[in-house]
Design a protein around this ligand. Structure first.
Ligand SMILES: [Fe+2]
Ligand SMILES: [Fe+2]
Length: 255
């Protein structure tokens, strides 16, 4: 069942957490609707495309999708770009670093005039009567990486930041025991390997502390709801050594 994260009548945020079947990594997809307009966030690839199309239709007419937001270029994020471009008039919103890579997921010509490049500093995006913030999260984990902050619901859709890869059935739902989750869901191991380095973590945390966030909802696994657990998460992430911090000569031996 989809999870309604927020609904004030005009403005809705919905999470789809059970659409990946089989070998693919569990992934959450999101829909934000406002004033008759809709935006998909990180809709995924072929594994989710037809299921997401069917499920979202309960909330919103898919053909009226205005934007397909991609936090970065990964297959689990936006490999279904071609399908969405064919059945909607939506524009794909992605970091400028990735704009010319997305056509490789698509039939020739289908991306022409359909890409919105997010500049490195980020930007605001109007959806219906609301205004969403596209927040930089560069190198967390790819160059040219963005998150969506929704000031109405105070949800931060954090992409791979905060992702956990082992809690299939509780995906999307708020985590209660932070320390247990860190280890059991492989959140710790995932971030150590996939996030680029502590400098990026620290700069990001410093920016996020200036935002009024009530719920951090990652693209994989569980979420962090309420100031107390959000602060636990930020404190952990701020000091995390990861990616290039952990490299040594042992990682570069000829196999
Ligand atoms: Fe990713
Ligand atoms: Fe991901």
């Amino acid at each position: 069942m989809p999870i309604e994260l927020f609904n004030n009548g005009d403005h809705k945020c919905v999470a789809f957490t059970e659409l990946v079947q089989g070998e693919g990594i569990q992934a959450n997809q999101f829909l934000i609707t406002d004033g008759g307009e809709g935006m998909l966030l990180d809709p995924g690839g072929n594994l989710t495309y037809k299921h997401l199309l069917a499920e979202m239709a309960n909330y919103f007419l898919p053909s009226r999708t205005r934007y397909v937001f991609a936090s970065h270029q990964d297959p689990d994020i936006v490999a279904s770009a071609n399908g969405w471009l064919l059945i909607t008039d939506a524009k794909i919103v992605i970091a400028q670093e990735w704009v010319r890579f997305i056509p490789h997921f698509c039939i020739k010509g289908v991306t022409e005039g359909r890409m919105i490049a997010i500049p490195p500093k980020g930007m605001d995006l109007e959806l219906g009567n609301s205004r969403l913030k596209l927040i930089p999260a560069h190198f967390l984990h790819t160059v040219g990486n963005f998150q969506v902050y929704d000031p109405l619901s105070k949800i931060l859709f954090s992409g791979d930041v905060g992702a956990s890869v082992m809690d299939g059935h509780s995906a999307g739902l708020p985590v209660e025991d932070f320390d247990g989750h860190l280890v059991e869901s492989h959140m710790d191991g995932f971030h150590r390997r996939y996030m680029c380095n502590n400098k990026a973590c620290r700069l990001w945390v410093n920016m996020i502390r200036q935002l009024d966030v009530e719920w951090i909802v990652p693209q994989h696994g569980g979420s962090f709801k309420g100031k107390a657990i959000i602060n636990r998460f930020l404190d952990w992430f701020e000091t995390l050594e990861c990616g290039t911090d952990l490299l040594s000569e042992a990682d570069f031996r000829i196999p």
